[in-house]
Design a protein around this ligand. Sequence first.
Ligand code: SAH
Length: 264
Amino acid sequence: MATRPGFPARLPGSPGHPPATKKIAGQAQRERSAGQNTSEDTQPRGYGLDSGAVRARMVQKLAAQGISDAQVLAAMGHVERHRFVDSALVNQAYEDTSLPIGLGQTISKPNVVARMLELLLGGQRGATGRLGRVLEIGTGCGYQAAVLSLVATEVYSIERLRGLHDRARENLRHFRLANVHLLFGDGMAGYAKGAPYAGIIAAAGGDAVPPAWVEQLAVGGRIVAPTVMADGKQALVVLEKTTRELKQTVLEAVHFVPLKSGIA
Ligand code: SAH
């Protein structure tokens, strides 16, 4: 699998990867005094946690839980999840738990985000080793969009609640992700202007996958969406589009907020 230069495919302490080369004594100091942005400088302080080490542990746990895609693990290890949650919840940011993000919505637990991205990436990847254009339905706080930005070439993310769309913009400003495009609108209609998509991922569960998503999906692409089944319970559904068919695979039970129509 090709990796982009600079893409953090190797994480300190992640299983199967050698530890990162230690800086020779004095080097970090020199870089700091030269005003360079070292990783040490970008670690948050004052939260009582060293977020790089905490994330590396989170990635180890994800790997132990069966997430094996190196790109997904690297991206999860890279994005500072604590920047997306309320300051009162910062200490829980790297626990495997969903967290409230306001307006009755939640950020999915890391394991579910990683699992869904792995399923999404199971489709075609381009020459860069990344997925092409991706559509995310349900921007929420913007966390998953940030992770997606590291595994896909372009990310279109749509949110129906103005308050969360604005909050995601605020949260993401810090990261300066040129390949993330935030949209305010009803994601049930997809976003035709960005189509066709190599992948479509929903962070909210509907009764069925809207036809617009299938139309806007490229051949060879995948939709990963929580969907309510006949028994009334949500399950993770993967749809793969080929030239001949739309193959559906129903996976494990999940608990996502409902997919709603219209904007608010
Ligand atoms: N990926 C998000 C998770 C957000 S929760 C994150 O990382 O934070 C799911 C989001 O889907 C909620 O913010 C909800 O408002 C949004 N949503 C529900 N139905 C939608 C629709 N039809 N179009 C766009 N967003 C929708």
